[in-house]
Design a protein around this ligand. Structure first.
Ligand SMILES: [Fe+2]
Length: 292
C-alpha cells in the first residue's frame, strides 16, 4: 500500500508536509485508507486534508480509526473526567467568544513556544488531529519544523552524543513560564515529570529524530546549565527560518501531525477582534518512549 495509490499528494515544504486529496473522510474508512493515512504520517509528518468539514463526530471517527483517543489532560487533571476534544481558539462550543484578557485565552499562549503535544505524558501522543471551523482574517498561523530533518543535519559525532540520552519532560516547568498559576495543583499532580528518549526511531521507516521542545526541562543525570545548552542548541538547529513551514488554517481542513517527530508553535492573533475555533483530538502513542 502506498500513499499515492489512495491519495493525491502535493508537498507543502521541501522537508516535510503534504496536502492530501481524493478521499472523503466522511465516507467509509476502509483498512486501505487507514493504512495509507498511517503511511502518509510516517512519510510526510504533517498531512492536510482540505475541504473535509468534519464535525466532532466525524473527527472522532477518524481519530478512532487511527488508534486510541487520548484523554484531554486539562479536563482530566482538573476534574478527573475523560473528554477527547480540546478547543484551540477563543470560541466556546456554545459560540461565545473570549477576548485577549480572558484567562483561558491568555494561558493558551503557552502554545506559542515550540513544543510536541503531550511529550510531558508517560505515554506521549502519536498524532494530533485538528478540524478547522473558524479562523482569524490575520494572524493565527501555526509554525511547524521537523526534528527528523534537523537530526539528519547534525554531524555524526553530535548524533552519537545525543543518541543514548534521556530528557525529563515537565509540563509544570514549561507552563509556569506563561504564568506561575497556569497549572492548578490537581492538574500539576496529574502530570509528574516523565523521562523520554532524546532520540526516537520511527518503527516502520527506521528514520531517527531528536525529541525536545518546550516541555523538555533537563537531560536526565545532567546539571541544569549543560542541559539547557544542549536542549536549546538542538532547538536552534531545528527552527531556522528556511526549515519552518507556516500553516495558514482554512475552514473545513482536517490536519494531522506526527508529534513523535515534529515541533509546532502558534504565532498569536487578536482575540478581541477575531474568532478562532478549531477542535483538536489526539491519538495516544504506542508506549513510553524508553520502551521503543
Ligand atoms: Fe500544540
Amino acid at each position: 500500500m502506498t500513499v499515492t495509490s489512495i491519495f493525491k499528494a502535493e508537498p507543502l515544504h521541501p522537508e516535510f508536509g503534504a496536502s492530501l486529496t481524493g478521499v472523503d473522510l466522511k465516507g467509509d474508512l476502509t483498512p486501505e485508507i487507514v493504512e495509507a493515512m498511517h503511511a502518509a504520517i510516517d512519510e510526510y509528518s504533517l498531512v492536510v486534508f482540505p475541504g473535509q468539514f468534519l464535525d466532532d463526530n466525524g473527527q472522532l471517527r477518524v481519530t478512532r480509526a487511527l488508534g486510541e483517543p487520548e484523554a484531554e489532560h486539562v479536563t482530566l487533571g482538573n476534574t478527573g473526567r475523560v473528554v477527547y476534544f480540546g478547543t484551540i481558539g477563543n470560541v466556546d462550543p456554545d459560540g461565545t467568544k473570549r477576548g485577549n484578557t480572558d484567562r483561558k485565552v491568555f494561558f493558551q499562549t503557552g502554545n506559542n513556544m515550540w513544543h510536541s503535544d503531550s511529550s510531558f505524558r508517560e505515554v506521549p501522543s502519536y498524532v494530533s488531529i485538528m478540524s478547522v471551523h473558524e479562523v482569524p482574517d490575520e494572524g493565527g498561523e501555526t509554525l511547524f519544523v521537523s526534528q527528523r530533518a534537523a537530526y539528519e543535519r547534525l554531524p555524526a559525532a553530535k548524533q552519537a552524543e545525543i543518541d543514548p540520552l534521556i530528557a525529563v519532560h515537565d509540563y509544570v516547568f514549561s507552563r509556569t513560564k506563561v504564568h506561575p498559576e497556569a497549572v492548578s495543583p490537581s492538574h500539576a499532580a496529574s502530570l509528574p515529570p516523565v523521562r523520554q528518549k532524546m532520540v526516537r526511531t520511527n518503527p516502520r521507516t527506521g528514520r531517527r529524530n531528536f525529541y525536545v521542545g518546550s516541555h523538555a526541562r533537563v537531560v536526565d543525570g545532567w546539571e541544569d546549565a549543560p542541559s539547557r545548552a544542549l536542549i536549546e542548541g538542538l532547538l536552534e538547529e531545528a527552527i531556522g527560518e528556511e526549515h519552518i513551514y507556516s500553516h495558514r488554517w482554512q475552514p473545513g481542513e482536517l490536519v494531522i501531525w506526527d508529534n513523535r517527530c515534529l515541533l509546532h508553535r502558534g504565532v498569536g492573533y487578536d482575540a478581541d477582534k477575531y474568532r478562532r475555533y478549531m477542535r483538536q483530538t489526539r491519538v495516544t502513542g504506542a508506549g513510553n518512549t524508553l520502551s521503543e
